[in-house]
Ligand binder design. Structure first.
Ligand SMILES: C[S@@+](CC[C@H](N)C(=O)[O-])C[C@H]1O[C@@H](n2cnc3c(N)ncnc32)[C@H](O)[C@@H]1O
Length: 245
């Protein structure tokens, strides 16, 4: 139960359900207002319950707009298969958003260049944990033909795009795998661009498995309580945090 409640999606669903239940209770008790007033009440309650359940603030507007948004969509009278299709597409792309709390967004091309500058000379082995659409890997594999590049991805659509994009590159491989199952000892450079959620656990894994001297590079997300050895500012909103293990 505790593990279930640790998941933000579960808490978000509870807040929505709880708010709806309370609105129905108030309505049943005689507060027979029109739909707009009921929706305002529901949004307010959804925010309060979200705060009480410890959801971060950025969830609050989503929670407030969830029911009004759903009702507005219903008014469009779209065929039901459209919802199923959109749901499946989102699921195939954002496969890890619910479990690992890591959605898909991409390293900028400026970040690709900054990572290339950090790579040691020689035939190194590099892994992008959660390689998304494979853009960084393709760029690096072209620049460094003597090195070996590996992408790990578990979301079906990004995995397919990476595989199609990189299949002609002999020094680059894309693995369909959960990043937590990948043995890191074989790599001299580990790159990730994930989210704040997995960083503490990923650092523990990197420390346990990486060989001394290996580089651990995180785009934008810090490891709680562990300062990077150095930081590379990248044009735009990304920056590279670098640890030498
Ligand atoms: C923010 S994207 C970064 C994509 C790419 N590395 C880049 O920098 O452009 C994070 C990727 O990690 C993937 N991911 C998240 N959790 C994962 C897991 N447990 N195993 C494999 N891939 C995962 C997501 O599907 C997503 O494609």
């Amino acid at each position: 139960m505790k593990a279930l409640l640790a998941r933000p999606l579960v808490r978000a669903a509870l807040a929505q359900g709880g708010a709806l239940g309370l609105v129905l209770l108030v309505w049943g008790a005689g507060w027979k207002q029109g739909l707009p007033a009921l929706l305002v009440l529901h949004s307010g309650l959804a925010i309060l319950l979200s705060a009480w359940l410890g959801l971060p603030r950025w969830w609050w507007p989503i929670q407030a707009l969830c029911l009004p948004g759903a009702l507005a969509l219903l008014r469009l009278e779209l065929p039901s298969w459209v919802y199923l299709l959109v749901f499946l597409l989102l699921l195939l792309i954002y496969w890890n958003a619910g479990s690992d709390r890591v959605p898909l967004y991409l390293s900028s091309q400026a970040a690709w260049g900054a990572v290339a500058q950090l790579l040691p000379a020689g035939p190194i082995a590099f892994v992008d944990l959660g390689c998304g659409l494979g853009g960084l890997l393709g760029f690096l594999a072209k620049q460094r033909p003597e090195a070996r590049f590996c992408g790990v991805e578990s979301a079906p659509l990004p995995l397919l795009v990476s595989w199609l994009r990189l299949r002609g590159r002999s020094n680059c491989q894309v693995r369909r795998a959960d990043l937590w199952q990948v043995e890191l000892a074989e790599f001299g450079v580990v790159y990730c661009f994930l989210s704040p959620a997995p960083m503490a656990e990923l650092w523990r894994k990197a420390r346990a498995e990486l060989r001394p001297g290996a580089l651990f590079i995180s785009n934008s997300f810090a490891v709680p309580g562990v300062s990077p050895d150095f930081t590379v500012e990248v044009e735009g909103r990304q920056r590279l945090l670098v640890w030498r293990v």
